[in-house]
Design a protein around this ligand. Structure first.
Ligand code: ZN
Length: 147
């Protein structure tokens, strides 16, 4: 079975157990299978040494160590995940800010253009009004005098 990975499933939750390395003084660098169900989800902290040999220290101490180790690993994973999510959110926020700035400058340009066209239109209307007034006065002057 050289090179083949043995897959161990937890008997309680039918989950694939993970392989961890012990860093305890009693069992340094000894590899073990560990049930990945977290304690907060009703996990039981089941473990088994990969080499199948019995543990060289008391199971209580071992379990406590493994639980703490696994909790720490889980928290580290969660921290990494949260950091990734945070950086994702930050980049999204930057994108939104950039878009907002672009929209704002576009709106400002539009507003300036609108203002200019409104000024132009009012000038033109005033001009038209005076020209019409001039013609009305002209007509009134020439035709009004006859009647
Ligand atoms: Zn389990």
């Amino acid at each position: 079975m050289e090179g083949m990975e043995k897959v161990i499933y937890c008997k309680y939750y039918a989950k694939m157990c993970i392989k961890l390395v012990s860093h305890s003084i009693e069992n340094p660098y000894r590899v073990f299978y560990y049930c990945p169900t977290p304690r907060s989800d009703g996990g039981h902290g089941w473990m088994e040494w990969v080499d199948g040999k019995p543990s060289s220290y008391s199971p209580n101490c071992k379990n406590r160590y493994i639980n703490r180790r696994s909790d720490c690993d889980e928290l580290e994973k969660l921290l990494e995940f949260t950091k990734e999510q945070l950086s994702l959110c930050e980049s999204k926020l930057n994108l939104v800010e950039m878009r907002l700035q672009l929209d704002t400058s576009n709106l400002q340009n539009k507003l300036v253009n609108e203002n200019m066209s409104v000024k132009c239109l009012s000038k033109w209307l005033r001009w038209v009004f005076f020209v019409r007034l001039f013609f009305v006065l002209l007509i009134w002057f020439f035709c009004g005098c006859d009647s």
